[in-house]
Design a protein around this ligand. Sequence first.
Ligand SMILES: NC(=O)c1ccc[n+]([C@@H]2O[C@H](COP(=O)([O-])OP(=O)(O)OC[C@H]3O[C@@H](n4cnc5c(N)ncnc54)[C@H](OP(=O)(O)O)[C@@H]3O)[C@@H](O)[C@H]2O)c1
Length: 279
Amino acid sequence: MTRVLVTGIRGKTGVPLAGLLTARGVEVLGGSSDPGRVALAGVRPVPFSWDDPSGWSAATGAADAVYLIRPDRPDAPELVAALLDATPAGAHVVLLSERDADQVGPDGWAVRTERAVRGSGRSWTILRPSWFMQVFTDPRFYRDRLLDDGELPFADGGARVAWIDARDIAAVAGRALLDDAHSGQVLELSGPESLSLARTAALLSAALGHPVAHRELTVEEAVAGSEGFERELSVLTFERVRAGVFSAVTDDVERVTGRPARSLARFLADTGPALGRPS
Ligand SMILES: NC(=O)c1ccc[n+]([C@@H]2O[C@H](COP(=O)([O-])OP(=O)(O)OC[C@H]3O[C@@H](n4cnc5c(N)ncnc54)[C@H](OP(=O)(O)O)[C@@H]3O)[C@@H](O)[C@H]2O)c1
């Protein structure tokens, strides 16, 4: 039986990926820094934390493939290189990076992280997704602003975003983990349409049943309250949004999975009551 380590098993792509893999009879090791909270059918929780390298060999040791969520911290290139050193030489590695990552981060941080994977001696596939639709249901991002203030504050500068459903990223990851055909490929992933923030707010209004207004922010306003590396990365991300990096629509989801990427309207309809807070 194929065995796959999925890091970030409780996250936006980890949960749907676990479902897809277990449905195909794959043994899924669910990596989490809090394994006691992993409750996914068919998934074997394993301790995995970027802060505790002593547990890495146990987590990766028996895996045929590894789904790797890039840790968004300054030492990501070094951490990823060290983790892959502790990964079996024959394992295939799928890295979750981000759209057009050649331009991201201080001193080419994202490029160096991708390079750690490319140079690891393991076969690899790199996924570069646009912004996830799931930011609208995540309290760390926009959920509470949408629900409490009826507002979508965003530093878009008039640019559009081709939001992608994390379920489609998971579907691509599932193929890449199990099928050699995608080895050595960099897949640029987007949703099926490029939406203005006003149009995005209109779709959210219809789904939530109350008005949501887009409020244009400056980059300074958008990153207020963050500091250090996180702030640097957020500034660059919004500058990239404004430059239109996340607006391009690609057909990589359909090419890899054989079906079109889900639209924002479809995501909102499928999410239904979960658009609100858990009761
Ligand atoms: N959100 C977007 O729109 C977007 C767009 C493009 C790319 N990305 C990339 O996608 C990745 C994840 O996105 P996200 O921020 O939305 O997060 P997420 O998928 O919601 O979850 C991130 C995961 O990180 C795990 N984690 C937290 N602390 C950890 C630690 N110390 N060691 C190991 N794992 C830890 C968490 O699981 P446990 O608590 O169980 O450990 C969680 O499942 C990031 O690399 C981001 O750059 C995101």
